[in-house]
Design a protein around this ligand. Sequence first.
Ligand SMILES: Cc1ncc(COP(=O)(O)OP(=O)(O)O)c(N)n1
Ligand SMILES: Cc1ncsc1CCOP(=O)(O)O
Ligand SMILES: [Mg+2]
Length: 216
Amino acid sequence: MPDAARDQLADARLYLCTDARRRQGDLAEFLDTVLAAGVDIVQLRDKGIEAAEELELLKILSDACARHGRLAAVNDRADVAHAAGAGVLHLGQGDLPVPAARAILGDGILIGRSTHAVPEAAAAAVQPGVDYFCTGPCWPTPTKPGRTAPGLDLVRATAALGTDRPWFAIGGIDLGNLDEVLAAGARRVVVVRAITEAADPGAAAAEFAERLRATV
Ligand SMILES: Cc1ncc(COP(=O)(O)OP(=O)(O)O)c(N)n1
Ligand SMILES: Cc1ncsc1CCOP(=O)(O)O
Ligand SMILES: [Mg+2]
């Protein structure tokens, strides 16, 4: 992975996952708005999408991220990440194991991992081949139905690991509870609804970015 992408990841504070409901022209306009407002990484996350459509939408996503010098991420699928030439692949606990993804993709891509408990976070903090990890959900969320929320205790425990590896809090985070997430020790967050469903996504992204960057 080029050093520039690693540096971008190290500097990232705000990671957005968006789905395919915002299609074609509308998707590009939405992405330009939130990227200009300060989103650092955007992932296409659509659990129902077929690979061919995912690739088409990833082209829009990659082009938008390139226009703004930001990272584009693929969820779950190493084959799609390879075909799309993506900069980031995100893998959950039930997805392809990281060594298997590395065997397919090599070292030219950043790989992230989901964690939902302290032992998983501790493992992701040191596992070879993992570039960043996410921890949560902080609160139960309809975006990930059925996933029990370990809450802010997991964020506090992850912060206490003192790892240099970039990690993000996720799940139910919005502008109203962001201060609680920061107080628990997170300095990076992943959001879905708080930006995709905001009345003004650009304003929401800008406020997230500003408050995250203001917290040392
Ligand atoms: C950045 C980021 N963090 C966490 C997830 C969740 O991944 P996973 O647990 O595999 O669940 P799905 O998103 O695949 O339903 C993510 N996608 N992105
Ligand atoms: C994909 C995922 N994994 C854990 S929580 C979550 C969804 C977070 O979505 P939202 O920000 O809308 O609560
Ligand atoms: Mg997954």
